[in-house]
Design a protein around this ligand. Structure first.
Ligand SMILES: NC(=O)c1ccc[n+]([C@@H]2O[C@H](COP(=O)([O-])OP(=O)(O)OC[C@H]3O[C@@H](n4cnc5c(N)ncnc54)[C@H](O)[C@@H]3O)[C@@H](O)[C@H]2O)c1
Length: 259
């Protein structure tokens, strides 16, 4: 019997088969979940995301466009889920964006207002925007997970405005947990180690991080996408029924050591 048997939910954030969301969906499906998906609007994005989902063995995926900057898109996606399925049990938020021109060392202080606002909107506020629409569909309770990074808690090279957005995301997790806890809905975040994805490569000097983690992390290696996927299953399944408002580090212990 699978840990996610009988559970259905929305996975937002697959860009391709390198995405953290891809590994999370792979683990969820393997444990018996039914997954619904979104793609950034546009035919090219739809084709790319469809290809990745097909690789997961989902023959006819439920796949709809979603740009989280659009309230209309958000309303449409969750209304469609309500119409077609009535309820969901989980939500995965695995998205982030910041203008890469400002993800270089020495540029943080000069980050323009619109770059800051966009990064916070897409990478942090969107968790609230999705949670408030998903909660009424979680009629038997539910669980939500977003993806963060250690740069939320310590100033990391080049991470800049994205670190500020991740700090907001981790705080949002705690406040959502307070609001939604009485409805038996749990809200958590995973702080994942570096993984070679499209978004990660936009952060300046990202490759150096891998060597740094290999040297410093207690496990002397980088985390894999599958390991993060399994931890997401833990947080989205009944194995973690008493866990909410938390940021769970899945980073081979990197965040637990000093020098
Ligand atoms: N890769 C890493 O090293 C790493 C480490 C820790 C946390 N994370 C986090 O994991 C999450 C997933 O990123 P990833 O590394 O898998 O990269 P990715 O590029 O594969 O995924 C990022 C996703 O964000 C989506 N997105 C961006 N703007 C959007 C918008 N306006 N509306 C809807 N979707 C939008 C993209 O379509 C893409 O699917 C992000 O929150 C990222 O910050 C990544």
């Amino acid at each position: 019997m699978g840990l996610m048997d009988g559970k259905r939910g929305l996975v937002v954030g697959i860009a391709n088969d390198h995405s953290y969301a891809y590994f999370i969906a792979e683990a969820l499906l393997r444990h018996g979940a039914e997954c619904l998906f979104t793609h950034l609007p546009g035919e090219k994005m739809q084709r790319r995301v469809s290809r990745a989902i097909n690789e997961l063995g989902v023959a006819e995926p439920w796949l709809v466009p979603l740009d989280v900057c659009s309230d209309n898109d958000l309303d449409t996606v969750f209304a469609k889920i309500g119409d077609e399925f009535e309820s969901i049990d989980f939500l995965v938020h695995s998205i982030a964006f910041a203008d890469r021109a400002w993800l270089k060392d020495g540029t943080f202080a000069a980050t323009p207002r619109e770059v800051f606002a966009q990064a916070l909107d897409i990478s942090a506020y969107s968790y609230m925007a999705m949670a408030t629409r998903a909660a009424p569909l979680m009629t038997s309770g539910g669980s939500m997970v977003a993806m963060s990074y250690y740069g939320a808690q310590k100033a990391a090279p080049c991470y800049n405005v994205m670190g500020v957005a991740k700090a907001a995301l981790e705080s949002i997790t705690r406040y959502l947990a307070r609001d939604l806890g009485p409805s038996n809905i749990r809200v958590n975040t995973i702080s994942g180690g570096p993984l070679r994805t499209m978004s990660a490569l936009a952060v300046g000097g990202f490759s150096d991080l891998f060597d740094w983690v290999e040297r410093r992390a207690p496990m002397k290696r980088n985390v894999t996408g599958s390991e993060v996927g399994e931890s997401a299953v833990y947080l989205l399944s009944d194995l973690s029924l008493g866990v909410t408002g938390q940021t769970l580090f899945v980073d081979c212990g990197f965040s637990s050591v000093a020098l």
